[in-house]
Design a protein around this ligand. Structure first.
Ligand code: MN
Length: 396
């Protein structure tokens, strides 16, 4: 980015920040936070305004947009299978082998559901009263491929995704994939995905071959997401090679623990590296109840700044202020009403969206969780669909 433009945007960000810091402090002292992400939001609540066509009835039937729903295409599945067969140190290969390279005779795990859209998925949605899936290319996306192949398969899967969404505009929306291995090509594809394909944001599966998004070579990706005003869903994968060893025993590299450690670490890097001062309007979504970061916020604030200073980094905001300004979370895979209430109190009802994590989590319990959690009708509507409509610009 030219120096002149950068200077202007930094100056503007300082002006905004004085307000953001004050409002963040006010928010954190109250249990009901004001609207986060005002640039996307405009106002709290549904863009549909007063005429809400999906009013909650007795706190039960409510429009439901599930926001972390996995999907794939045969070309990507085949390429992942090739990666699995090449072996290698990546901890992701344990789970991926079960899905993509299962021994003959074992029942297929997840793959049929991932590759299907029109039959099993929509029927399951109908049976459980789920109105919409926000689809994203499943972990590890295109991030384990050689750069050229990653770029090509991201493009192909985004084309496929936009066709599917056009076929089912009221049932499906989509997050675009990109290949962080080639940040320049990634930025171009991100622009195409939003401006031409009209997709709803981006999915990235944490690190790419050990590189994190706070590192300078990744900045074109952050710059593109910010400039396009589209959120980046930071989805987990298994811990990167550099921290993999303790996760190898007991199969704790995946959803049970490792995913949250990896994605949470990635988000903490973003908050403490200073990079969010360069991209003050970048929006990031974390799954799995914020990968436990809302629970960690007090300690991150207390310990974060001295550590970052010792590492030669300066940050204009505290971690909790960055979290408030940049992050929203989803409930994928954490169907715990106490954790949900804690997050509402800590980060605000405007920053929380419902998700299933289909097909890795069963749909019916996720729906039951949303419908039975002790929430006001207003809170339930925001978590079930209003925040998703606003944050991901879902208009159908
Ligand atoms: Mn997921």
């Amino acid at each position: 980015m030219p120096a002149r433009r950068r200077l202007v945007s930094r100056k503007q960000s300082e002006g905004r920040m004085a307000i953001d810091r004050r409002t963040a402090l006010v928010r954190m002292s109250t249990t009901v936070a004001a609207s986060t992400w005002p640039a996307l939001a405009g106002a709290t609540g549904s863009p549909r305004g007063e005429q809400d066509p999906w009013p909650p009835v007795g706190g039960r039937r409510v429009r439901k947009i599930a926001t972390e729903e996995a999907w794939s295409i045969p070309e990507v599945a085949e390429a992942v299978r090739d990666v699995v067969r090449q072996r290698g140190p990546s901890l992701d290969l344990k789970l991926l082998a079960q899905i993509y390279d299962a021994p003959p005779g074992t029942p297929p795990r997840f793959l049929p559901e991932l590759l299907d859209v029109d039959t099993v998925r929509l029927a399951e949605m109908d049976a459980s009263g789920v109105d919409m899936h926000l689809l994203s290319l499943t972990m590890p996306g295109v991030q384990m491929f050689e750069p050229d192949m990653g770029v090509a398969l991201a493009r192909l899967s985004n084309d496929r995704l936009s066709e599917i969404v056009r076929r089912h505009p009221t049932r499906l929306a989509g997050l675009a994939s990109f290949a962080p291995q080639d940040p320049g090509a990634a930025a171009k594809e991100m622009e195409r995905a939003i401006n031409t394909l009209k997709l709803n944001g981006f999915i990235v599966n944490s690190h790419t071959q050990g590189v994190y998004l706070d590192e300078p070579r990744s900045w074109p990706i952050l710059e593109a997401a910010e400039a396009l005003g589209a959120p980046l869903y930071l989805h987990p994968r298994a811990p990167s090679d550099g921290m993999a060893a303790p996760f190898r025993d007991y199969r704790i590299e995946g959803a049970v623990w490792g995913y949250g450690v990896e994605a949470g670490t990635h988000a903490v890097r973003l908050m403490l590296s200073g990079v969010l001062d360069r991209f003050p309007r970048l929006r990031i979504v974390l799954g799995h109840m914020g990968e436990a970061l809302p629970f960690w916020m007090w300690r991150l604030d207390f310990m974060g700044a001295p550590g970052a200073r010792a590492a030669g980094r300066t940050n204009q905001l505290k971690p909790s202020e960055y979290f408030q300004r940049h992050f929203a979370i989803t409930t994928s895979g954490v169907e715990d009403p106490l954790a949900l209430r804690f997050c509402i109190n800590k980060i605000g009802i405007d920053s929380i969206m419902w998700a299933i994590d289909y097909p890795y989590q069963p749909t019916a319990p996720a729906v039951a969780f949303l419908e039975s959690a002790p929430l006001s009708d207003q809170e339930r509507a925001q978590i079930a669909y209003r925040n998703a409509e606003r944050i991901f610009r879902i208009t159908e």
